[in-house]
Design a protein around this ligand. Structure first.
Ligand code: FAD
Ligand code: MG
Ligand code: MG
Ligand code: MG
Ligand code: MG
Length: 539
């Protein structure tokens, strides 16, 4: 049998159906969604079951509520409260779920190649093949932790999945127990109780905050043998500030709070190597190497492409030049695929900004105060903030302004001429995505695609489809929990909020964003349980 023969999908309620049977007696389109995260679920929530025969392909059979994942690492929340079974979400659509990983897509024949997570003895899913047909495909496979080629990742913990959170939690509790043993030496204890966080983004910061809360609220009472001052939390960040994609005021506020809390924030430093029980980082200003022992090392230094996305980007036409994501047009349609058949959303997708380099160059030329076609370091520095205000994606790059200047001043004359600036902008454009990798973006893009394909189903002429509006992102603010019942909120355009009441806001935002009543209730129970009984400190 060819790839299109004997295609079956497993029904939500345990039935097994042949996709071709469905297709013959079924006017609906076969919609295949890859992934079961923020983007995928936002599409599902918009779909009309009368129009689509939906199949979700994902190795994880649940949706994970990532913003609260750091809370699960020290037992503030139960892991179970953060997940929602995909089958439950699909039931109202009469949709199907296939526990498998997408390996490749044949865009020409409209087939997805899948491989089972638990496949045994080389058996194929569908008779002779592992190909799965679609009429429309939504790629929402998210991203992976970036390692930057650093050695020793096997000694690090990550925080992306429920298994990751479980591993961290077990290790944290194990270390506290080991540190409490009478046989443990002082040196071992200090190593066990040292927490190193590589990466000062929201995930790293929130993990530090949760650890801090745990140490303050539960440690003293439960682990009397451990002197609180022996517990150390270090954050190693390569840029000049932590939370460097947020407003500068937020970064500074968070750094000040962490200082008061004795959380050691090391900025301008790059981790070069991870050993079994220590990290080695280099201070970028002095070039000095420093070693910090650790009991737990969390690696969260940004996200990159999953294997599937690498495969797809490599086979799509050369218009795909981004290093981090699949490029789409303003309607989330993957560039280089037949119109309205393949969409990509969320962390794995980006919309290239037309004439981005040209626009920034124009702006820079206008601001070359002495009109000599170059920017001195001072000129470049004073312009950087204004550029970032207009093009926030450049913030991450211009946080390393000294490095940028040195690297792109290729003729080493202490000035950046326009060609050199252009080279910088081209590289920056390729190595970042236009919108941040957040749940907020994935959710809005998923909702957009869901609504769009629902609408298109009813339209008959190409003109009508052309008239539909493109995707537009609305920034609802960035939020990070920084411990001690404080959260910081960046509303964009320099609006910042923190302190009293932000704890309530922090919780209520996530509360209303939750996907089901069941999960909401579980979270409520967890929070009340903790308020009354403290955290669960078992492993
Ligand atoms: P994901 O939600 O990651 O979903 C990807 C899905 O694809 C998963 O189900 C995965 O199993 C599946 N998959 C992977 N490979 C394949 C394959 N080959 N075939 C099929 N399926 C596959 N964002 C915010 O806005 N606010 C926050 O406070 C916040 N906090 C965060 C805290 C943590 C600890 C983390 C890790 C992330 C946080 N984020 C936050 C970011 C947010 O979670 C992501 O941006 C969001 O999940 C992206 O959605 P997505 O659908 O693109 O990917
Ligand atoms: Mg998804
Ligand atoms: Mg994206
Ligand atoms: Mg000049
Ligand atoms: Mg120069």
């Amino acid at each position: 049998g060819g790839p299109k023969n004997l295609v079956m999908t497993h029904g939500c309620k345990g039935s097994v159906l042949k996709a071709e049977e469905i297709h013959e007696n079924d006017p609906r389109q076969r919609l295949v969604i890859l992934g079961s995260g923020w983007g995928a679920v936002s599409v599902i929530n918009q779909l009309d079951h009368k129009k689509f025969h939906v199949t979700v392909v994902s190795p994880t059979n649940y949706f994970l509520f990532t913003p609260l994942l750091p809370s699960a690492t020290v037992g503030t929340l139960e892991l179970r409260s953060l997940i929602e079974p995909v089958r439950r979400l699909l039931a109202k659509l009469g949709g199907y779920y296939l526990e498998a990983r997408a390996e490749d897509v044949d865009f020409e024949n409209q087939l997805v190649e899948v491989s089972g997570v638990n496949k045994s003895e080389g058996r194929k899913f569908y008779g002779m093949s592992d190909y799965f047909p679609y009429d429309k495909l939504v790629i929402a496979v998210g991203s992976e932790s970036m390692t930057h080629g650093v050695e020793g990742m096997e000694y690090c913990n990550f925080l992306k999945s429920i298994t990751d959170a479980r591993d961290i939690r077990r290790k944290v509790m194990e270390n506290f127990e080991k540190a409490s043993l009478p046989t443990t030496t002082d040196e071992e204890r200090r190593q066990l109780l040292s927490f190193v966080i590589c990466g000062g983004g929201p995930t790293g910061v929130e993990f530090a905050a949760e650890l801090y809360d745990f140490l303050n609220e539960d440690l003293v009472g439960y682990f009397p043998a451990i002197p609180p001052e022996e517990v150390q939390v270090h954050i190693i960040q390569s840029a000049g500030h932590i939370l460097n994609t947020y407003d500068l005021k937020i970064s500074e506020m968070t750094e000040a709070k962490f200082k008061r809390d004795n959380i050691n924030v090391i900025t301008g430093a790059r981790v070069g190597k991870v050993n079994p029980t220590s990290v080695i980082y280099k201070d970028k200003a002095t070039g000095k190497e420093v070693e910090i022992p650790f009991g737990v090392c969390l690696w969260s230094t940004g996200v990159g492409m999953t294997p599937l996305v690498k495969t797809l980007v490599a086979k799509l036409p050369t218009s795909q030049s981004n290093k981090h994501a699949i490029e789409t047009d303003a309607y989330m349609r993957v560039l280089g695929t037949p119109k309205e058949t393949v969409y990509a959303i969320g962390d794995c997708a980006t919309i290239p900004q037309p004439q981005f380099v040209g626009k920034v160059m124009e702006y820079i030329k206008e601001h070359d105060t002495n009109n000599d076609g170059t920017l001195s370091y001072e000129e470049f520095k004073s312009l950087a903030n204004k550029i970032v205000a207009k093009h926030s994606i450049l913030k991450v790059f211009l946080a390393h302004i000294d490095e940028v200047f040195e690297k792109y001043d290729m003729d080493h004359n202490g000035k950046l001429d326009f060609d050199e600036i252009q080279a910088f902008l081209r590289d920056a454009e390729k190595s970042c995505t236009a919108l941040p990798a957040t749940a907020q973006v994935a959710n809005q893009q998923g909702t957009f695609v869901g609504k769009r394909i629902n609408t298109i189903y009813d339209l008959t002429s190409a003109e009508e489809i052309e008239k539909l509006p493109p995707f537009k992102y609305t920034h609802l603010g960035s939020l990070a929990y920084i411990g001690g019942n404080d959260a910081v909120l960046d509303m964009g355009r320099g609006m910042v909020y923190s302190g009293l009441g932000s704890e309530y806001m922090w919780r209520s935002v996530y509360f209303t964003e939750q996907v089901s009543m069941r999960t909401r209730l579980l979270l409520l129970l967890d929070w009340s349980k903790r308020a009354v009984f403290g955290r669960d400190i078992s492993k």
